[in-house]
Design a protein around this ligand. Sequence first.
Ligand code: NDP
Ligand code: GDR
Length: 342
Amino acid sequence: MSRRALITGVTGQDGSYLAEYLLGLGYQVWGMIRGQANPRKSRISRLMADLSFVYGDLMDQGSLVSVVDTVQPDEVYNLGAISFVPMSWQQAELTTEVNGMGVLRMLEAIRIVCGLDKSRVSGGQIRFYQASSSEMFGKVAETPQHETTLFHPRSPYGVAKTYGHFITRNYRESFGMYGVSGILFNHESPRRGPEFVTRKITLAAANIKLGRQEKLYLGNLDAVRDWGFAGDYVRAMHLMLQQDQPTDYVIGTGRTHTVEQVARIAFEAVGLHWRDHVTIDPGLVRPAEVETLCADPSRAHAELGWAPTVTFEHLIQMMVESDLRQSEQEQRHADLALVASW
Ligand code: NDP
Ligand code: GDR
């Protein structure tokens, strides 16, 4: 019988790549969706026929028990979150509830469905993956960051993720649960939300090239990140749940670039110079910034055999090309609509 995976956050960037990847491996994949107008189909439209859906929300304990009971998964991937860091200052309590308490609720749902029976929980019947984040390192204690680097989160998002990280470890230590946290560094793709800096820049480069946007407003151009390709990172999530012993892993490329370098490469890809189009907006600078992040993924290399396949330059070019295609298509539709209205 094929294995069953439950994914929260299936409508997000990572959820869509993970669902695709697991379907390719022959899994039965269930996506947890929430709210009235869901699923948001933009990222998973091609997978709709192959996915199954269950309704639940990380804010609602009862719904999670029902979801786990219905799906009876072998593996649970908890990717659902409020993932945009600036929003976490505007909605700190909600972010804490979803990103922090939501993890506890899902762990409890697994425990309840397993009948609070320690042997069933620890017997590997349900393996749990928690989407932890390099944002937990925040004001970094050392560079590069590895699995034992001290955490110093700088946003309500990072603080909530740190709770989720430790409660996952605690359930592993308390109940013998197979629960792991992937401490993932920034990963991007053409499916990245337009609010995140790489996609904001690649979309703007495409739109400016096509005359559909005038300026690009950015915050801290000096921020340093370790950016990789989301498609590579979901392979690591799956590998983490296939090990004999559960443990946490740092996933990143070990290479860093600045926001300014993203802008330079993206605008060069459309034959423009970023300085001619970018304006600094101090309002986009965060109350407490994470200045620099760089992964040490050596444990993942050694134990999971995982390595990234897409370089930073290729990633940004891939995103610009996709945004050019999308922007051209939107322009054609707008032109057709104009003609039709004459
Ligand atoms: P996205 O923002 O693209 O997706 C977030 C998902 O969470 C959406 O599917 C959203 O569903 C869902 N969600 C939001 N609130 C709830 C809720 N209350 N209950 C259930 N689901 C909810 O994020 P990514 O795909 O980029 O990231 C996936 C996970 O990995 C997140 O937890 C993120 O914090 C973490 N992470 C991401 C990194 C990255 O660089 N991308 C790096 C490190 C960690 P809906 O469609 O209903 O809004
Ligand atoms: P991040 O990603 O906060 O690292 O969180 P984001 O792309 O939002 O910011 C990266 C860096 O770029 C700087 N920056 C800007 N950011 C945005 N969004 N918009 C701007 O205009 C801008 N100008 C400069 C930021 O200050 C920051 O330093 C992402 C999310 O996916 C999290 O969910 C995840 O946990 C972490 O990555 C790892």
